[in-house]
Design a binder for this molecule. Sequence first.
Ligand code: ATP
Ligand code: MG
Length: 140
Amino acid sequence: MAVERTFSIIKPDATERNLTGGVNAVIEKAGLRIIAQKRIQMTRKQAETFYAVHSARPFFGELVDFMISAPVVVQVLEGENAIAKYRDVMGATDPSKAAEGTIRKLFAKSIGENSVHGSDAAETARIEIAQFFSGNEIAG
Ligand code: ATP
Ligand code: MG
């Protein structure tokens, strides 16, 4: 297994409930290192670009409105097999289907307001990291 980097977002439902530290504790307990992190207010354009793959889905408008409804924390996580590992740590998209101990089981409110994002593949991880971080903001 190789050391990988993945992109994470702590979403508005979590930042609003002061859960940044709670989410980060689960990430670090799983052995992933937070090698870049910043709290930002996403613009509508940034959110539309980020979730462009879902632009034809019926929930797209709702998803973009949600992502700009409050600040988010964008992160780069590093570790062995980080992309798949973080997907496991996050849990299923729908928190009612998420496994015990996962971030979404612990914290998510609904399938839409589900507390975290994580990249789904190496190529998307690269693209997503580059959308929000310049190289000198990442210290691994
Ligand atoms: P993410 O890409 O945010 O990590 P995911 O990969 O688990 O989540 P996707 O299928 O990529 O799930 O959906 C992206 C996001 O769109 C979900 O995390 C959720 O916030 C929202 N979403 C997905 N399905 C629905 C739905 N049926 N209703 C409302 N929002 C949804
Ligand atoms: Mg996804």
